[in-house]
Design a protein around this ligand. Sequence first.
Ligand code: NZQ
Ligand code: ZN
Length: 396
Amino acid sequence: MLGNFMYCNPTRLYFGEKAMKGLRKELPKYGANVLLVYGSGSIKNNGIYDEVTAVLAEAGKNVFEDPGVMPNPTLQKMKEGCALVREHEIDLILAVGGGSVCDYAKGISASAYCSGDPWERYYKRHDKVDNLIVPVGCVLTMAGTGSEMNGGSVVTNPDENVKIGRVFGDNVFPKFSILNPKFTYTVPKYQMVAGIFDTMSHIMEQYFSDEDDSASDYIMEGMMRSLVHSGLVAVDNPHDYEARSNIMWLAAWALNTFVECGKTTDWEVHMIGQAMGAYTDATHGMTLAAVSLPYYRRIMPYGIAKFSRFAKNVWNVDPEGKSEEELAAIGINAMEDWMAELGLVMNSRELGMTEDMIEGIADATFLLGGGYKKLTRDEVIDILRESMEYTGDRIS
Ligand code: NZQ
Ligand code: ZN
């Protein structure tokens, strides 16, 4: 049964090869001062910077730049961005990049005028934002996180070894997002497959909760089937427009609050992955890949009906003559094969995790309990150890 929910997504989305026209339409709605936020410079190499700045110039904007947003943006960087917003009395923050740049833009949007310490108030205590919120727009260059159409902002504080994802309300969602699948053609394969798995993980975090006949689960099964197929096509041919557009569209819908409607949701893989990310600074999607197999194999016995359904409806496993337990195990094996074919990193040592980090990562992992089994701290430690020992030989 679907639970109670309110659904609203205020982000206006412009999608397709001509999506940049949307930027022309949106810019006149905001004041003159624009903060152009971007990462380490990929947009200068692939021409997206030139396209965006040409549209900004045409619209007569005063453009102030805030480059250098790193993957897994830090609190220190966010404080610098907040100062720029105040100094230049920014009217619109325009994020041009992947999830890190979009998350950072939302972070400074909510935090620039915060009375008090935004890290303590908004990220650690999850206080309601009670100050001026500077509007954000996104030009997305990499698919995966869904940040382009949600209120999420994940920030790392290296001093505390913590990475926290704050989910802000509707008023911090991007006002608009420009999604041109061709902009993702230049994303390196490592980042592309990490993004694909991030999207898969978002869907699984919402799918693997509750035992019912929710329409949301059928929608998610369709999304996962499309992602499994399109992911492999994009690995073979990164310039396959259809695959790249499917991936981009699926990433937005996997985490824009729609498929969670009426669901309890899990998010434990993300809790462990984020804690690992705080210690290693590894690519987000890869931390999820390293944790997922040991996690799902561990909780499978507690949600066996759903795991066998996953095998049949997502991985086309023929149920003939198989028990639910056998089906469930074959489904996870099929996912493992797909992950290997994409080229994901599934051993956390390769992501920089070392033995001495295990206790700290376990302490930094929030134990949520929305999935089929609430983990104990010891189980988190077991999962982390298994992720370090992964060899590719079938565990089960
Ligand atoms: O630094 P730049 O030049 O932008 O290069 C980036 C970066 O090195 C590069 N890249 C992006 N688009 C490119 C490109 N390179 C060539 N051509 C392009 N078109 O890719 C690298 C990774 O970028 P990043 O933005 O870090 O990746 P992603 O989109 O995966 O974002 C990861 C961040 O999002 C958070 C993660 O924790 C992580 O901090 N998440 C945000 C969520 C949300 N807002 O809802 C949910 C997710 O679960 C996730 O936690
Ligand atoms: Zn994620």
